[in-house]
Design a protein around this ligand. Sequence first.
Ligand SMILES: Cc1ncc(COP(=O)(O)O)c(C=O)c1O
Length: 376
Amino acid sequence: MTVMTKTDIPLVDLKAQYRTIRDEVRVAIDEVLEGMQLTIGPNVTAFDQEFAAFCGAKHAIGVGSGTDALQLAIRALGISSGDEVITVSHTFFATVEAILYSGARPILVDVDEKTFNMDLVAAAQAITPRTKAIMPVHLYGRTVDMKPLLALAKEKGLQIIEDACQAHGAVLDTGTLAGASGRVSAFSFYCSKNLGAYGEAGSITTNDDALATELRSLREHGQSTRYYHPVIGYNARLDEIQAAILRIKLRKLPEWNARRLAIARHYNDRLKNSGVIAPEIPEGGRHVFHCYVIRVPDGRRDALRQYLSERGIGTGVHYPVPIHLQEASAFLGYRLGDFPVTELLASEVVSLPMYAELTDVQVDAVAAAVAEFMRA
Ligand SMILES: Cc1ncc(COP(=O)(O)O)c(C=O)c1O
């Protein structure tokens, strides 16, 4: 048996991806530096158009991060103090941070055990006269059932803000891609995302012309034209180097997403009857596998991670502490036991290595190690 070294199969291997695009990236960065237009220039303008076209949305507005994208979207919809926004507790902290920045109150709901996504019955029950918006999160790259959610929002007169930060290129049940169905959607290009910058970046997509104009102004200090500021905005600009890199990577994204899906199928096949709960793979491109997340029952999750780590296999936990149990959001008044599915998932989920450059041999090695541990 071969002995693996510590870094054999990391959770994410950005270096492996870089090696496939190094020449193009270096030329693009050099071009930006030769031109010395470093922010909101030709690459940002082109990337905004290309990303909007990719999603099938009318507009994309490049910003500094996914958190900026959510924050500006919430602000542009006029949500503020006294309002409520419904979202999930099983998500990355920024989803809720962005709501809190606006002064609105996040109303958390539980998730569905199979999809890891918002429990839509719970969301409907959480609506009050103060509710202004629902923020579904397409967690791990799997899209939320938007048809019923859009119908609910229409019936109740609510806005939908899609947190599509993990779902670049994922198809919705409406047939469109994430980013094209809600009034406004937020994407993150954090480095490890399916579409990741080499630094911080994000984008907001919308089909609404007026909202797009407002968002473009908000990302640059609320200015209408240079040095004229009708409103107070933010410094949330996307920079030219990141946009130039993202343009290159966007062209590869369909191929990379297809490979991620193939890897997920391969894992599922190998993990059958292993004792872990493998993720459901919905038909029709509804999952782009930003993360490949299994569930390890019976309190064995952390021991599995240790076992894999000793064999040089990287893992992650997305996420170990639900939002309702985070120290920073204790003031919201939630308690242990409020969201049983979320709490169960927080104790069971493990993300296995997932990136387009992962080979079938590596997937086999990871799956074999998981199965071996579960048999022991
Ligand atoms: C679901 C979700 N929402 C929001 C964010 C925030 O994005 P960023 O890190 O680019 O600010 C992330 C990124 O990690 C995310 O995964």
